[in-house]
Design a protein around this ligand. Structure first.
Ligand code: FMN
Length: 166
């Protein structure tokens, strides 16, 4: 099977944010898609090792910030290559609480406030299906995963569902 065909699938880039009870935590993801439009829901894929998944499971509430080409690219690395288990990822950027979820400060194409309504076990990852509770409009051009690789020259860690080696 030619697995490189999977490279032709397209994605955006997002920061997921949640409170773990005491602290704001979160991670970078490229996997998010809208599932339904009436009573809108989206789905994201989170690695079982990610602390963010543990935090979301506690309260179900989380945020999704849609990364723009104009966003600070440092956010992608800080949220994507460190774990909230031992790092305060918000220290450099600050955050604004919104409906029980942290929004990392900065320029983003838009934000979603979400409630997880279903967790689907997919082996190494869990598909989190979530209801859209509220939206916050933003500015800028949504960054695609392709733009991240080609223009930002970014990488993805092994925990990303689309990891294909360095
Ligand atoms: C570009 C990029 C895309 C990523 N996509 C995902 C993803 O879709 N799902 C996922 O679980 N992790 C993804 N990751 C990896 C997580 O962001 C990373 O494992 C993070 O350290 C988890 O932090 P946490 O332990 O605080 O949750 C991605 C990372 C990068 C840099």
């Amino acid at each position: 099977m030619d697995l490189t065909v999977l490279f032709k699938l397209t994605y955006g880039l997002y920061v997921v944010g949640a409170f773990d009870g005491t602290r704001p935590v979160g991670c970078t993801i490229n996997t998010c898609f809208q599932v339904t439009s009436e009573n809108p829901t989206v789905a994201i894929s989170l690695n079982k090792q990610n602390y963010t998944l543990e935090a979301i499971r506690k309260h179900n509430r989380f945020s999704l910030s849609i990364i723009a080409e104009e966003s600070d690219t440092m956010v992608i690395g800080k949220f994507g290559f460190f774990s909230s288990r031992d790092t305060d990822k918000y220290a450099d950027f600050g955050y604004t609480p919104c409906n029980g979820a942290p929004l990392v400060n900065g320029t983003f194409a838009g934000r979603l406030i979400l409630d997880a309504i279903n967790y689907v076990d997919c082996g190494t990852h869990v598909l989190v299906v979530a209801k859209v509770l509220d939206t916050v409009p933003g500015t800028g051009t949504p960054m695609t995963y392709d733009y991240y690789h080609r223009v930002v020259k970014g990488r993805a860690p092994k925990t990303a569902p689309t990891y294909a080696g360095d």
